[in-house]
Design a protein around this ligand. Structure first.
Ligand SMILES: NC(=O)c1ccc[n+]([C@@H]2O[C@H](COP(=O)([O-])OP(=O)(O)OC[C@H]3O[C@@H](n4cnc5c(N)ncnc54)[C@H](OP(=O)(O)O)[C@@H]3O)[C@@H](O)[C@H]2O)c1
Length: 253
């Protein structure tokens, strides 16, 4: 479970522990992971491990990748860790953008690739990759984030087909706005987003685990987001892009 120290990842960890699964908790904030792991062990009697790693750093990706090939084997990999930068690309720190690509894109590829051979050999296991509804549109003023999530979506759907006919499952999860630390960390003011637009991390996790059980390829947990994406599918791409530009300029510039 990457990104287990808060938000959606933490909700995944809580739910999986409640369902009796042992956990390998990965994120940068070791103390938070230790506290979470200790509590889940005490409350649910499941084994927990903490792996402190910055998944925008290649050595850390490899270290987490090695854990995926070691015993006790990880049967469910959730590539969830993520953060986003907002603003005009010309104003943003180039290193921050590169970190974002490494975290969202490269870590997802490396950890999926580390986990898959063992899962296929054992004919058991699942990979859940958390993208976003942002995967389905260009994102002016958060261009890198949306493009990285589009990569995760395409990559995960491709893997879904690659493992067809095996006992290994692959799922793409695309949450919309979810109440976590995400926007606060990105310094984005979300006060104008109406209450109905928000999901809780627990709703995202419920939807994802239900979809995984049904062997779905894609899970868009919120009904509102599913309707929104359905409508967008029928609109000309140029119009979707233009509207995204107007919203992005107002919200994130
Ligand atoms: N919240 C939303 O509205 C929303 C919508 C769509 C998709 N998503 C996606 O959902 C996923 C989870 O985000 P969230 O909403 O739960 O946000 P969050 O509360 O900020 O959690 C992000 C998690 O990722 C970890 N993380 C961030 N950078 C990392 C790095 N370099 N290395 C390792 N771990 C790192 C953080 O832990 P540390 O800081 O301890 O490392 C934290 O556990 C992300 O992929 C995000 O893009 C979120």
């Amino acid at each position: 479970m990457t990104g287990a120290s808060s938000g959606i990842g933490r909700a995944f960890a809580e739910r999986l522990a409640r369902d009796g699964h042992g956990l390998v908790l990965v994120a940068r904030r070791g103390e938070v992971l230790d506290e979470l792991g200790g509590r889940l062990r005490a409350e649910h009697g499941v084994p927990t491990e903490t792996l402190v790693a910055d998944l925008s750093i290649e050595d850390d990706m490899r270290r987490v990748g090695r854990r995926l090939t070691a015993e006790p084997f990880v049967d469910l990999l959730v590539n969830n860790a993520g953060s986003g930068t907002y603003g005009a690309l010309s104003d943003l720190d180039p290193e921050g953008e590169a970190d974002e690509v490494r975290l969202l894109v490269l870590a997802t590829v490396r950890l999926s690739q580390a986990a898959l051979p063992g899962m296929l050999a054992r004919q058991r296991g699942a990979i859940v990759n958390v993208a976003s509804t942002a995967a389905f549109r260009p994102g002016p003023f958060h261009a890198t984030y949306c493009a990285a999530k589009a990569f995760v979506a395409s990559f995960t759907e491709a893997l879904y087909e690659e493992v067809r006919g095996t006992e290994v499952a692959v799922l793409l999860v695309c949450p919309g706005a979810t109440r976590t630390e995400f926007f606060e960390r990105a310094g984005v003011d979300t006060s104008r987003l109406p209450t109905v637009a928000w999901s809780t991390p627990e709703q995202v996790v419920d939807g994802a685990l239900r979809a995984l059980q049904r062997r779905r390829a894609v899970c868009i947990p919120s009904l509102g987001n599913r309707a929104d994406l359905w409508v967008r599918r029928w609109l000309p791409r140029a119009l979707v892009r233009r509207l995204a530009g107007i919203v992005g300029r107002r919200s994130f510039r």
